[in-house]
Structure formats: C-alpha cells, structure tokens
Design a protein around this ligand. Sequence first.
Ligand code: ACO
Length: 349
Amino acid sequence: MPRSKIAGIGKYIPERTVTNQDLTQYMETSDEWIQERTGIKERHYAHRTDETTTTMGVEAAKIAIERAGTTAEEIDFIVFATLSPDYYFPGCGVMLQRALKMKEIGALDVRNQCSGFLYALSVADQFIKTGMYKNILVVGSEKHSFGLDFSTRGRNISVIFGDGAGAVVLQPTDEKDQGILSTHLHSDGESAEILAMYNPGTHANHWGTKDYADFDDAPIAQMFMSHAMIDNAQNFPYMDGQAVFKKAVVKFPEVIMEALQANGYQASDIHMLIPHQANLRISQFVQHKLKLSDEQVYNNIQHYGNTTAASVPIALCEAWEKGLISRGDLVCLAAFGSGFTWASALLKW
Ligand code: ACO
C-alpha cells in the first residue's frame, strides 16, 4: 500500500496587518495584555468584500498545486476545512472547485474547527492509501474577521483570531523514508458549548433560553436567527478560555505521544513539531512538557494570530519556506480545538 506525501504546499496571508495597538481603537485592551496572555503581536484581516474564505483558499491552493508539479485539472478530490465558510451552505469545497475550473471531482467540507486541517489531511491520506485518488487538494482557510465582536464585550476572543489560508497537495509515494506515517483523531463532545458559536443553528431553548420564549408558537425556521440573538450578541463565538487552556495542555502532549509511540519514536526524535497556533502559552507548555528545544517547535502565532483550520498548513508552509524542514525529516503536526476535537499526524518530509 502506498503512503501519501505532501507533494506541494502553499499559503496565503491577507495584506492588511492589524496590530494589538490598532485593536485599542475598538475595545478596551492593550498590547501588553494580549502579548502576555497569547503571545500575539499582530494578525492579518482579509479585505472586507473582495476576499473570502474561498478566495484565500484558492490562492494557497494555486501555490500548492504548482509546487506539486501538477495542475488544477489533475486534482481528483478536494477536502476543505473551515469554520468560517462563505455561505452557510454550500461549503467552500465546491466554490474552490468552481474558481479553479477543476473537473467534476468530489469536494468534501470538514467542520472540525482548530483540528479541521488534520481531520482533512487524515481523510485525504486514507483515499491515497487505498489507491482511490492520486492527487488530493487539502485546504484550511478562515476569514474570522467577518464575525468577531470588536467591542469590549468580545475582547477575550476577538484579539486572538486572524485570517489566512494554507493548502497541500497529497500524492502517493513508494519511498520508504517519506510520507504520512499515521494520523490520530479524537473527540469529546462533553464540553461542546464552552468553545462554540451557537447561531445560526437549529438548537432551541438551550442557550439564552429567555430569548427563545417568544418563538414557542412560531414556525421552526424563525428560530434560526432572531433580532434578540443579534441584540444580545449571540451571533458571535463564545469561549471559556481557561477551560480550553486546561484541556488543551493535556490533550496536545497526549496526541503527540500517541503518534510517536505508534511509530516507535520518542519526543527527542521530532525534527519539527508544528502545533496548531492556538495560543503561544499553550505551545510553550507543550514544548516544556515534551522537553523539546526551541528549534524543534515552530510558532508563528505572534504574526498571524490563531487562524484555526489554516494555522497548521500556514505554519508548516512557512517553516518549509524558511528551509527549516528538509527531505526525510520527522515532522509532527498536532491540533486541539472546539468540540473538543484533537488530532495529530506524524510524517517524514
Ligand atoms: N484585553 C484586556 N483585558 C481583557 C481582554 C483583552 N483582550 N480579554 C479579557 N480581559 C480581561 C477580562 O475581562 C478579565 O477582567 P476582570 O478580571 O476585570 O474580570 C481579565 O482580563 C481576565 O480574563 P480571563 O478571561 O480570565 O483571562 P485569562 O487570563 O483566562 O486569559 C485567554 C484569556 C487568553 C483567552 C486564556 O484563557 C487562554 O489563553 N485560554 C486558552 C484558550 C485559547 O487559547 N483559545 C484559542 C482558541 S481555541 C483553540 O484554538 C484551541
């Protein structure tokens, strides 16, 4: 059975840089608070109207496809991970298929938030291993800036997130010292609501019960979005940051060790760990716990913020572009996020 390898990788970062200082125009916050708690100095925001999650994914995909030495016409499957799609439906996969004038191939959308790219990679990996597809495009893209609460009320979340996209092309390889060795996927829905965006959704009488009371006799469709939801800022994400932090620092090391042990490696064997860029403090905690050196862990949240499904491919692409990853290097990708879901992938570059 062939393994899959990352044959090409690309990223797209929107031009507009927004510093911590810039955010103080909209909310009570400070560069000091943000850097101390998250490590973030700046993030990028997509153009308000001209750029979407799909258009950024398309730009990253073009680079990945070219670097893989192939063409959009040769791609035979798309997996697109995002939590900030252009439309509620259809998903971004078909939008990308249209934009790149691809054949009438399958397009799958993955909704696993911060773990989205790793879930997407794992799905693509299975299709390559079984021989079903030979050229799979895997994309992670987010336009968070469209849906954050930029008032002081939303500051614990809005300062963390940024926009951007990353993409890879997976192809089969018979090389013994190359390719994805294994992927590991997990979930625990017990705390699904502590890092979530509830609306628009089909739930009722769950969160903000009072506001739904008026709708008891209304057609179900009216529960989808109401003025009350907007007035009460229930159309923005919610996060219990401390609870997320506590779970993340347990699950990140656990899923990294699971990948290493499955392949007979230990932490010291890792050439480069690319963690989902959730928060610099979380990455530092994981690094310390696994006794990894600064050279073994790649962080770029300082400049991009947390780009959710895009963070792992952006960081992997940047590390590779800087020459920090070479053929045969042992690379570990790991993510944790809303759901909760968490995942890892171990690969030889
Ligand atoms: N600027 C200034 N003050 C702020 C800000 C801000 N942006 N946000 C919150 N505060 C204030 C709060 O209002 C509160 O004030 P009070 O003490 O007067 O009530 C105080 O700072 C402390 O608030 P907490 O929410 O308790 O802040 P905490 O120390 O927990 O830090 C943070 C918040 C950074 C989110 C932290 O909990 C954390 O790192 N959590 C991990 C979650 C995470 O990284 N999520 C990323 C997305 S999920 C993922 O990718 C896995």
